[in-house]
Design a protein around this ligand. Structure first.
Ligand code: FAD
Length: 142
């Protein structure tokens, strides 16, 4: 298995409905592929973790990277792993615009930074730790 984390920027505004539509399809697809992970959204930027079978994650990440809805696709972390961090989520999701810094003690600086900012880009373990903060906070999509 591998874990894979990237950041990107939406090319246009993403409404709540756009996000929910994207998530609905992604969850169904990821479930079929045995891929789990977490998607964060903030001020037009995405950070997503994908984990699962190496070939499947690589194939999906390539498809996602080519999606015309976002740009500035940058891989932050790509490494083999033996266990999943998000086993219960075919794709967890948190809109960080809806969360206050008190909810993530110790990480308020990063909550107030763009997801594409330098600290995440230069420290792959930071983006991983940051994503894990939202493991138990994610919304569900009906
Ligand atoms: P189709 O849905 O038929 O897509 C055909 C083409 O149109 C693709 O290039 C697709 O990217 C593009 N497209 C689809 N919907 C729209 C739209 N509303 N507006 C403009 N172009 C569109 N998919 C997953 O399966 N799992 C994920 O975890 C996942 N995460 C994503 C994260 C982000 C930030 C984004 C932007 C997309 C994500 N996607 C995810 C969607 C993924 O990029 C593909 O759209 C999806 O996998 C279906 O692609 P498809 O080629 O099979 O089919």
């Amino acid at each position: 298995m591998i874990e894979y984390v990237y950041t990107s920027s939406a090319v246009g505004p993403f409404t709540e409905d756009d996000l929910l539509e994207l998530l609905g399809k992604a969850r169904k697809n990821n479930e079929n592929l045995g891929i789990t992970g977490m998607l964060l959204y903030k001020d037009g930027d995405f950070m997503q973790a994908l984990e699962g079978n190496e070939d499947r994650v690589r194939e999906l990440s390539k498809r996602i990277a080519e999606d015309p809805r976002h740009t500035n696709f940058k891989v932050l972390l790509e490494r083999s792993c033996t266990q999943r961090e998000f086993p219960d989520w075919s794709m967890g999701f948190q809109n960080l615009n809806d969360i206050s810094s008190e909810e993530v003690p110790g990480y308020s600086t990063f909550l107030n930074s763009p997801l594409r900012s330098l600290p995440f880009a230069t420290d792959p373990t930071l983006c991983r730790r940051f994503l894990l903060l939202f493991k138990n906070k994610t919304i569900s999509v009906v």
